[in-house]
Design a protein around this ligand. Sequence first.
Ligand code: KIV
Length: 271
Amino acid sequence: MSVHKEIRKVTTHVLLEMKLRGEKISMLTAYDFSMARLVDEARMDVILVGDSASNVMAGNETTLPITLDQMIYHGKSVVKGVKRALVVVDMPFGTYQGNSKEAVQSAIRIMKETHADAVKLEGGKEIIESVNRIISAGIPVMGHLGLMPQSIHKYGTYVVRAKEDEEAKKLISDAKLLEEAGCFAIVLEKIPASLGEKVSSELKTPIIGIGAGGGVDGQVLVIHDMLGITQEFSPRFLRRYHNLAAEIKGAVGAYIEDVKSKDFPNDKEQY
Ligand code: KIV
């Protein structure tokens, strides 16, 4: 008998089973090998190589500047660190909105070059042709509705979306379209909790929320936010599990002090 415990890889079907039995889905972003390995070893269900890499890794104001090559670089690094979690890579702005042929080519590049399990796109009706074509190519798609950061210049603000009836109705109809197209899960960002719960109860597709309340099928956060590495970003939905910014600055400060005082390296720390 093998002494190694078999690792059961999380698949899109596993997520569906989790929704059916009422087990919540955990999802977190990661952008590099070392962090992805830790997140996977902690038994995260889904790891998202989010285009939030544009903000937290590259220091951009928005997610718009990140390129397909950069997302592929992050995706490749993450996949190498993951054994169990389902890995989803965000399709960056400008690689799927133009036309569905370009969309499927971008998605194929992501899958071929990163070896990830799926891609994520923002939008409903407007991008449904791209979603259909990518799924037809055999690539699992995660949808993303509500606050869609790639459209920030259209909204002009990051406030809660779909508070009014008309926008809420459009969101529900978009979610149904994405389900019909065959999306295996949908992210709902920053919408009223009652709307999140409604969408989750009306759809068979697992719904993962970020600021969409507790009535959805799972939760996602940006790892830099929940670990307290980013300090300036404090929306109501964010729970900080650590204050890593203070810990990192403390450790770095101690190292500087030790170097300056000639305490580091000591006799045992040299050859
Ligand atoms: O890019 C990202 O990190 C995301 C999450 C906020 C869902 O899309």
